[in-house]
Design a binder for this molecule. Structure first.
Ligand SMILES: Nc1ncnc2c1ncn2[C@@H]1O[C@H](COP(=O)(O)OP(=O)(O)OP(=O)(O)O)[C@@H](O)[C@H]1O
Ligand SMILES: [Mg+2]
Length: 458
């Protein structure tokens, strides 16, 4: 994952677009006039077994050009018909021989297509109990057959308009919700990008510093190592020469005898090879460190590569060794891992972040027990490996466990933590098509387990 700053203008563009869209959405309450002049056509579905009612209603509405009437005297077809014509209002007879009007009302209300369509119940008589039942089942109105033409038309238009308004409102709300979601996603993206930029800058400056240090150390150590072998042979020759002198001139002069005693020649002869050999060990160690530092920075390997990730862990531990020396024991439980195809510098960042957090947690802890970090690696399937880093620190309280991967979440003091380490680690592991899993208890410490594929699909 390499982060480019050009991502920012793109995201800012997205935010502006989302905001523009939000401004374009007008809520009905902010512009109620547009609803009053709603001129959507009206579609009435009339369901009544008495054909005479159908005829009467059709006659009343004959001159209303914007009202389309669909009459049905067979209530068994009602649902199917309503789904196909999508009426803006339904007039439904309460009492029919084949299906009870209330039952049909219930069906309309339970079907997603007809759920919100206004339903006006038609009845032959004024009966409060029947009315109450109808309203309880979701009826919008109740009419005694048949009201005056003016009232009938007014009610049809009123309910139809209310339905149109409801649809507009639902549409607007959905659109606004969608825009809000979009904006939220864009903001999240922006926050992630910002977090990545900061962390990338932090890690790449650490990487550059480490690479620079390795480079600077490399020359003098080559110099020392290159000279150690001739030095060794010169010293050996000189020692041989002294030995020869001693054999050839056993009775040396008094001055030579005094000097031999003064400088403790026997001890020098004995100690010199030991000094040389420890210098060799020391310079070999510096060489190893230089190699490790180079391995960590891997500035030359920003691309995908098959690597031994134990080396990455080891070089990270080496960089952290001054902190580990403050009383933290490292327990390596390394399994037999194949080479892992990955972005090595990025994986090293993850090890660095998790190990640094574990060290922070352990050093902060006052407990007397031996502070310990266990690093366990294993191959868990043909195509996956697992790296678990566990500490016996104070653990992470369950209330904050869901937040620790959020960018900028930190419990550390200002200037101590930016809250980016885990957020960025999460993204790196996601980038490697793996997952990172936290297990933490305040009584036993914290474990971060990473599972990544052995071969990384491009
Ligand atoms: N091993 C751990 N033990 C206890 N708490 C931890 C451990 N690892 C992470 N945390 C908690 O998770 C928080 C977030 O960690 P993260 O690495 O993302 O940020 P940070 O360490 O606070 O800052 P940064 O890594 O950017 O310097 C930490 O502040 C800490 O509260
Ligand atoms: Mg951290």
């Amino acid at each position: 994952m390499r982060l480019q700053t050009q991502a920012i203008p793109q995201i800012v563009g997205k935010i502006k677009h989302s905001l523009r869209n939000l401004r374009l959405i007008r809520t009905p309450t902010s512009d109620s006039k547009s609803l009053d002049f709603n001129t959507d056509p009206v579609t009435l579905l009339l369901i009544d077994d008495q054909i005479i009612i159908g005829e009467a209603v059709s006659r009343i509405l004959a001159n209303e050009a914007d009202i389309a009437v669909h009459y049905l005297n067979d209530p068994t077809q009602a649902i199917q018909k309503a789904i196909s014509i999508k009426p803006t209002v339904i007039f439904l007879d309460m009492v029919m021989p084949e299906i009870d009007g209330l039952m049909l009302l219930r069906w309309f209300r339970s079907h997603p297509v007809t759920h919100d369509i206004p339903i006006v119940m038609l009845s032959g008589k004024e009966e409060p109990k029947l009315k109450a039942d109808a309203f309880a089942e979701g009826a919008n109105d109740y009419l005694i057959k048949l009201p005056d033409a003016v009232e009938l038309i007014a009610r049809i238009r009123y309910h139809s308009k209310a339905y149109s308004n409801l649809k507009t409102l639902t549409l607007t709300t959905n659109k606004a919700q969608q825009q809000a979601r979009q904006l939220e996603n864009t903001l999240q993206e922006l926050q992630n990008t910002q977090a990545q930029l900061i962390q990338t800058a932090k890690m790449s400056s650490l990487g550059r510093m480490v690479a620079g240090l390795a480079h600077e150390l490399n020359n003098p150590i080559n110099f020392i190592q290159g000279n150690l072998s001739p030095l060794n042979s010169y010293v050996q020759s000189l020692l041989n020469l002294i030995e020869l002198y001693q054999q050839e001139y056993p009775d040396s002069t008094l001055a030579i005898q005094d000097k031999t005693t003064e400088i403790n020649l026997d001890f020098i002869i004995d100690d010199l090879p030991r000094i040389l050999s420890s210098m060799k060990i020391g310079s070999d160690r510096i060489r190893e460190i230089v190699l490790s530092l180079r391995n960590f920075s891997r500035l030359d390997q920003a691309e995908k590569k098959a690597v031994n990730i134990h080396e990455g862990i080891e070089s990270t531990l080496l960089i952290l060794s001054h902190r580990l020396k403050q009383g933290i024991e490292i327990n390596r439980q390394y399994g037999d891992l194949p080479l892992i195809e990955c972005y090595p510098a990025q994986l090293n960042q993850v090890f660095m972040n998790i190990l640094s957090n574990a060290i922070d947690a352990l050093l902060e802890q006052k407990a007397q027990t031996q502070k310990q970090i266990i690093i366990q690696t294993e191959t868990i399937s043909f195509h996956q490996v697992r790296v678990a880093i566990r500490d016996n620190g104070p653990g992470i309280a369950s209330e904050i466990q869901s937040k620790i991967f959020d960018p900028f979440f930190t419990t550390k003091a200002v200037n101590k933590g930016t809250g980016l380490g885990l957020a960025i680690s999460y993204q790196i592991i996601e980038n490697h098509h793996g997952n990172i899993h936290l297990t933490s208890r305040t009584e036993s410490g914290t474990e971060f387990a990473i599972e990544i594929p052995i071969a990384l699909a491009s």
